[in-house]
Design a protein around this ligand. Structure first.
Ligand code: C8R
Length: 262
């Protein structure tokens, strides 16, 4: 039995839970299953919302585990067609613009679980049944095994495990860590693609229009690191700089740039 306590929850170095977290989760679940993808209309949003909060409420927010999210994962299972998974790293906006136009393609945020959680923050406290809206553990300053980091690792792992056929990744060639072994993509996803199920990973290395400097292209050694990991895993790899369909999206914003005129 737990008693409400008089002392406030412990202060962490990260942002607190998003105000109205549970209402947002419920609302997003209904929006997704009733309006965006009615084929998931059978999903039980009440149960999903409960499973989400039960994954972390009344628990030490530095000892979150994959296990905590298993019921939530089960309730949000979803089949993504082969050849339609899109991964990304350091290119959130562009990758999501791409799948916004290509409705037949899916980033994790275009699936129910990713759609529900995108941009939110959450944590609880071992000594209370409440969410902590004041602060949550910061992954570097407090602890890695916090509810948000463990969540993204867990759902990203499943997203990669379920991918099949030709899969794509949108990479950012205008940052120094175009491929980052410590990112979710480099640390979790590429290691959980199933060889034999995934025939090829196609990388699109995109460069900001008007960006001062292109750090990396497909010919950069950093891309060889990715190529090497995949070859060891028996997954084919191709790479293309400034893939035209995505370049067009950048050009909508900067139609007068010389690179958009030719
Ligand atoms: N993925 C991971 N993290 C995600 C995410 C997602 O879909 N969605 C959000 N909002 N986040 P980054 P990355 C949060 O370095 O680490 C999946 C997390 O807090 O730009 O390589 C997705 O399938 C996370 O720390 O990208 C994609 O393929 C940052 O935003 C990769 O993993 C993402 O930081 C992207 O993860």
């Amino acid at each position: 039995l737990m008693w409400p306590r008089a002392t406030p929850p412990r202060a962490w170095n990260g942002t607190g839970s998003t105000p109205h977290f549970s209402e947002i989760v419920l609302g997003r679940c209904f929006t997704y299953t009733q309006l965006l993808r009615p084929e998931l209309g059978h999903a039980d949003c009440g149960q999903i919302g409960k499973a989400f909060t039960n994954a972390f409420l009344s628990k030490d927010p530095c000892h979150s585990s994959e296990q905590d999210y298993q019921l939530l994962l089960k309730l949000t299972s979803q089949t993504i067609p082969c050849h339609s998974s899109v991964f990304w790293s350091k290119s959130t906006q562009l990758a999501h613009l791409y799948t916004r136009v290509r409705q037949d393609m899916f980033t994790l945020e275009d699936t129910l679980i990713g759609y529900i959680a995108d941009g939110l923050n959450w944590c609880g406290d071992a000594g209370s049944y409440e969410m902590n809206y004041q602060s949550c553990p910061h992954w570097r300053k407090d602890c890695i095994n916090n509810p948000v980091s463990v969540f993204w690792d867990t759902v990203s792992k499943r997203f990669a495990e379920n991918a099949c056929g030709e899969v794509q990744v949108v990479l950012n060639g205008s940052v120094s860590n175009t491929f980052d072994k410590n990112s979710t993509f480099g640390r979790v996803e590429i290691h959980n693609l199933h060889p034999g199920k995934v025939s090829v990973l196609k990388a699109w290395v995109m460069h900001d229009i008007g960006g001062v400097y292109s750090y990396h292209t497909c010919s950069s050694p950093i891309i060889d690191d990715l190529k090497f990991i995949l070859s060891k895993r028996n997954i084919s790899f191709t790479c293309e700089d400034d893939y035209r369909p995505i370049k067009f999206l950048q050009c909508v914003k900067s139609p007068e740039d010389s690179s958009c005129r030719k």
